[in-house]
Ligand binder design. Structure first.
Ligand code: GLY
Length: 397
């Protein structure tokens, strides 16, 4: 078990606990008298977790999280439930689930009775290494993602790698992309270690499933169990990097921007894919309907997949910007994309830079026509530079 703190100045304001077992959660809940939990209904029941909650008389509300329902209305439903059940100022709200659940329950905690304490048990790799660390809470509004929200730190985040074993492979790999992103920002040794681990898991999985015909779900679960200790160490290392960045720049005035490595491209890819798929869903008789075979991502694109594509594009941009590498596939781009392919994380972006340009201009992080692009100088070192989208288009061609 490892303890990592987030600081404001010299004061510890949030604690991250990483462990390969759920047992230690009890100690995190110990100081709280009245606990209300918001739990993702889709996560498989974990008997040990439920016993810990029962021992503390935790009241539970289940939600079915989705991007569409990541709204003020859902947050108000959580607040109504708190009110109806007599939650007072001394209440602690515990969120158990992925990033949508922690973002919404955290936001409800920030506004309920002008703010009560809250804690997180993230259950996806994506939320363990990103969403549940750093205190960003919020909801979608109008057509903008996470546009309404507050940055406020949870009392604790309990990160348990054991909970990941029920995660489907695609969701796990989505988180793996964010984990690799974190190490691209700060830690060269762990980047390679993580890439090697995911490659090993992937190779063993293919061998057992393709060659020996083993059941995919069972095999995936067993492999995550087998590599649990190494994974816990890598998650702790990534959490520690993010905790350091957040301690130095909690409110994203400067350094915290580097956590957005690959994300300006990723958001554009997610928007374009969503647009195509919405056209695909339009009534059959509409002329704008796009048949499934013409959609680039008929089964959608996960956030991590879009991030992987964004990281490859950021590597290309950096190669062009710093080294004037004019090769068709630049050096760092080639290294990153090979690593992602080896881990079975899709990282080829099917959209042209011109197609992405419009959505990048609208990115909420764009200021005065310029966008903050985070560029990897090398693996483990990044820099944020301000570029216009036109400059980026020129460099990428
Ligand atoms: N997901 C980026 C951040 O927390 O700042």
């Amino acid at each position: 078990m490892e303890h990592i703190n987030i600081y404001s100045g010299k004061k510890a304001i949030s604690r991250i606990v990483t462990s390969d077992s759920i047992k230690g959660l009890g100690a995190c809940l110990e100081p709280f008298r009245s606990i209300f939990a918001v739990i993702d209904k889709n996560i498989p029941v974990n008997v040990q977790l439920m016993e810990i909650l029962k021992a503390k008389n935790v009241r539970i509300k289940y939600i079915v999280p989705s991007e569409e329902d990541k709204t003020l209305e859902t947050v108000m439903n959580i607040c109504s439930w708190l009110l109806e059940n007599g939650a007072d100022r001394d209440t602690m709200i515990l969120a158990v689930g992925g990033g949508i659940t922690t973002d919404m329950a955290g936001f409800a905690a920030c506004i309920y009775k002008r703010g009560v304490r809250f804690g997180y048990v993230p259950t996806t790799l994506l939320s363990q290494v990103d969403a549940a660390i750093g205190g960003k809470t919020g909801v979608n509004f109008e057509k903008y993602k996470n546009i309404l929200g507050i940055i406020r730190q949870p009392a604790f985040t309990y990160i348990c790698s054991q909970l990941l074993e029920s995660l489907p492979k695609r969701d796990f790999l989505s988180g793996a992309a964010e984990l690799l992103k974190t190490f691209m920002i700060e830690d060269n040794g762990n980047y390679q270690k993580a890439a090697d681990l995911f490659f090993d898991i992937q190779s063993e999985f293919h061998l057992e499933v393709m060659m020996y015909g083993k059941d995919e779900k069972t095999q995936w679960r067993e492999l995550l169990k087998k590599h649990r200790k190494t994974l816990t160490g890598l998650i702790a290392a990534a959490a520690s990097i993010k905790a350091g960045v957040v301690s130095r720049d909690q409110f994203e005035k400067g350094e915290r921007r580097k956590l957005n490595l690959g994300h300006t491209f990723a958001h554009a890819i997610e928007t374009l894919a969503q647009r195509e798929n919405q056209r695909g869903l339009c009534a059959q008789n509409e002329s704008s309907t796009l048949p499934a075979e013409e959609q680039h991502f008929p089964s959608g694109v996960t956030h991590g997949e879009a991030v992987a594509m964004g990281l490859v594009l950021a590597a290309r941009l950096a190669d062009r910007y710093y080294r004037n590498d004019r090769n068709e596939t630049t050096a760092l781009e080639s290294k990153i994309s090979n690593d992602f392919w080896d881990c079975d994380i899709p990282c080829y972006c099917p959209y042209s830079i011109e197609e992405m340009a419009e959505t990048m201009k609208k990115d909420k992080k764009a200021e005065g026509g310029k966008v903050h692009f985070v560029l990897p100088k090398s693996i483990g070192e990044v820099e944020t530079v301000e570029l216009t989208v036109e400059e980026v288009c020129r460099l990428m061609k």
